[in-house]
Design a protein around this ligand. Structure first.
Ligand code: ADP
Ligand code: MG
Length: 705
């Protein structure tokens, strides 16, 4: 019924839009009338009535009515001398100055002998011993009867070249006239408790600031709009995810037999965090609805074991498990770890990557489809069409960040609907979590298994490379293993290995026979050979790009050198550092930086030196980099809001938006339970909200599904 709201119309609908400038308006204001109304003032301007020309008013914006005495036009066209209109006010002379103005026009708006309304910035001069009053390019010249309209407080809008304040103001004013009450989509209780105005009133108010405080993001009208925006975003997130969220999956109760067997074989007991996470996972698995759970925990917190236990409950229930890793190397590592724990208790486990070819591949596929394989590890290739899991009950997706949410969707689309457990070692601050994954459930491993050696981190200039090499020499003689990470150069894929090769040749000369390298250009077999010689062979120094960032587990490695550490993000540095300190030996991390260091880079390195807690590091990262970047390009739009600035540097504001996000999240959960098709009165209003914030796709998707 509100389909024809003027708010949704193209801005050209407004009479005040000058069609020649349409491209500029589109750029500045957006496409629709509502978009223009969301162009908020960034400042206010106080226009005072000048009762007399007084020094107090110097440089203030004033409005007054004066009599035009005469026009003083420059004699020659193109003269640099300004056009003057001399007026009389309060028995004093007031001159209006114009540069490059048309005489005919000025004579029409300010005829000699007539009283006119003038508004603009009053300038005062006393050069020749006498007071001189002047207004250069008045903001407005018009009829005295309009005086009251030119006194008071006005909003000042951000502009773009070719558009004036006056133009934007008229457009916004016209837009505001079209506003009328529309159905409320925020729930009653909330709107009452927050004392928020109705939507149309909020829009009116943000365009009529009374003081500069009204421009603040905490102003209640702006707050309401921020909430509207967050609510629209969360609702759209839920609606688009719901296809996955609501799928039925088999309830897998398990029978404890395999789990108990494994627990008996463990040389240690599970941490409290691990037990807690497992409790949550077991309960999810035992429900006839798809589990979508994220398991987050710092490097070394023991996620793999949790995943293994989860897998056992599924296998006990007679179902299969797929473990998906982002790379071949990681697949192989998971395979080896899982094999170590699972084969002794009789589980059939296999790996399938691009490397398994021919007969071997056929055999694996056959065993899988006959149900002979309980657990298959591999890259995402294992959910491709040729692979047939007759009873896939659980997909464990390692490293959410790299792997992406798309695979989750792909999995469900294949008609498997397995329960899904995603694992990430990069803790995601709650704000990002909610805004990106909506109601995905999260289990967190906060504590690490006991007995871990802390990693000592040093930060030093790369100019001290010789000292570093000297120290390595000593470490090598005691049999230690060393990672040496080189950064990407200018984000270019071809140059990343150049740095690796250069460092390789340098170190190889010093330590012949002890150095190997891996980078993104190598074939997976070559990578594996390098890794193997590092894990089992004579190689003691592995030069690498961030290929080794995720998941690689070499307990004997005790030293991590990161060259040009200032070029890495915090999360990345933390991941890299997590590659050492995995065994019992004492470990160190050397962060070598190049000069000059930016402020942010310095802060990052300081943070790394100061803490080893992934959650603290994630929070520092959020505050240093802003939200968008942390999640990578694909999801970077998710926290870019017009009103709710999650990238703000003001802590109190961030707290406010985080609170609003929590509220919206809870509200959306309830809406989706009570009125999943948005059919109630409030549901209809919410559809309107989605359209206002251009999330109508979410609803279409929902209906199609
Ligand atoms: P993550 O994958 O979270 O980085 P892992 O699962 O690789 O961590 O575990 C790191 C190491 O800690 C592994 O060697 C694992 O066997 C060991 N580990 C896991 N849980 C425990 C525990 N409860 N007590 C002692 N060691 C554990
Ligand atoms: Mg791991």
């Amino acid at each position: 019924m509100h389909d024809n709201l003027v708010l949704f119309k193209d801005i050209s609908y407004l009479r005040t839009i000058d069609h020649k400038r349409r491209p500029l308006y589109l750029k500045l204001l957006g496409e629709r009338v509502i978009d223009a109304l969301w162009h908020l003032p960034s400042n206010i301007l106080v226009r005072e009535k000048a009762d007399q020309l007084h020094q107090n008013l110097t440089n203030k914006i004033v409005t007054l009515i004066a009599k035009v005495v005469y026009h003083d036009a420059p004699k020659m066209r193109g003269s640099r001398r300004p056009y003057r209109i001399v007026c009389e006010y309060d028995n004093l002379e007031l001159e209006l100055l114009f540069f490059q103005s048309r005489e005919a026009y000025l004579r029409r708006i300010a005829p000699e002998g007539k009283e006119i309304l003038i508004s603009g910035k009053l300038e005062h001069d006393n050069k020749y011993g006498a007071d001189q009053w002047r207004i250069t390019h008045p903001d407005h010249i018009g009829y005295p009867s309009n005086l009251s309209r030119w006194i008071g407080i006005e909003p000042v809008y951000p502009l773009t070249a070719g558009i004036t304040q006056g133009m934007v103001r008229s457009i916004i004013q016209e837009g505001l006239q079209t506003l009328s009450p529309i159905p409320e989509w925020i729930n009653n209780e909330l709107i009452t408790s927050k004392n928020w105005p109705a939507f149309h009133n909020a829009i009116q108010q943000v365009h009529s600031p009374k003081t500069s405080l009204d421009l603040d993001s905490t102003n209640i009208s702006r707050q309401r709009l921020a909430y509207d925006e967050i609510l629209a975003h969360q609702l759209s997130l839920y609606l688009t995810q719901k296809e996955n969220l609501k799928l039925p999956s088999p309830a897998l109760a398990g029978n404890e037999i395999l789990k108990e067997k494994l627990l008996k074989n463990l040389p240690f007991s599970l941490t409290k965090s691990q037990n807690q996470a497992l409790q949550e996972i077991y309960e999810d698995l035992n429900r006839p609805q798809q589990m979508l759970r994220l398991l987050q925990g710092d490097v070394g917190s023991g996620k793999t074991l949790v995943a293994i236990m989860a897998a056992l409950q599924v296998i006990e229930s007679g179902y299969q498990v797929a473990v998906l890793a982002p790379t071949d190397i990681l697949s192989r590592q998971h395979y080896l770890t899982m094999q170590k724990w699972l084969e002794p208790i009789g589980i059939k486990i296999a790996i399938l990557t691009g490397r398994e070819k021919g007969k071997l591949r056929e055999q694996i596929l056959k065993d899988l489809s006959s149900g002979n394989i309980d657990l298959l590890v591999g890259t995402h290739a294992i959910i491709q069409d040729t692979v047939n899991f007759p009873k896939l009950g659980l997909a464990i997706v390692d490293e959410q960040h790299r792997f992406g949410v798309e695979q989750r969707v792909a999995l469900s689309c294949k008609g498997y609907n397995p329960h899904i457990l995603s694992m990430t070692a990069t803790p995601i601050p709650r704000t990002l979590m909610l805004a990106n994954y909506g109601d995905m459930d999260v289990s967190t491993l906060r504590e690490k298994p006991p007995g871990r050696q802390p990693i000592v981190t040093s930060v030093m200039s790369i100019e001290r490379l010789d000292e570093v090499v000297e120290a390595l020499n000593r470490a090598l003689s005691t049999g230690q293993k060393i990672y040496w990470v080189c950064p990407l150069i200018e984000e270019s894929e071809t140059s990343d290995f150049a740095a690796v090769m250069e460092r390789y040749e340098h170190l190889l000369k010093l330590f012949p026979g002890k150095v190997a390298f891996v980078h993104g250009k190598l074939k997976s077999l070559e990578k594996e050979q390098a890794m193997n010689s590092f894990i089992n062979g004579d190689t003691q120094i592995l030069i690498a790009t961030t290929v080794i960032e995720v998941g690689v587990d070499v307990p004997a490695a005790t030293i991590m050198v990161i060259e040009h550490a200032e070029r890495f993000g915090l999360a990345q540095l933390h991941q890299l550092r997590g590659r050492v300190g995995r065994g019992t030996g004492h470990s160190t991390c050397l962060l070598l930086y190049g000069n000059p260091l930016t402020w942010v880079a310095r802060k990052r390195l300081e943070t790394m030196k100061a803490t080893d807690d992934g959650f603290l590091i994630a929070k520092a990262d959020l505050r240093l980099r802003g939200a968008g970047e942390i999640l990578g390009t694909r999801q970077s739009g998710a926290l870019k809001f017009r009103f709710a600035d999650f990238n703000s540097k003001e802590e109190s504001l961030l707290d406010l938006y985080e609170e609003l996000l929590e509220i919206a999240n809870a509200d959306v959960r309830q809406i989706c339970r009570q009125d999943p098709n948005l059919e109630s009165e409030r549901g209809q209003a919410l559809r309107l909200l989605l359209r206002l914030f251009k999330h109508e796709e979410a609803f279409k998707y929902k209906r199609a599904g």
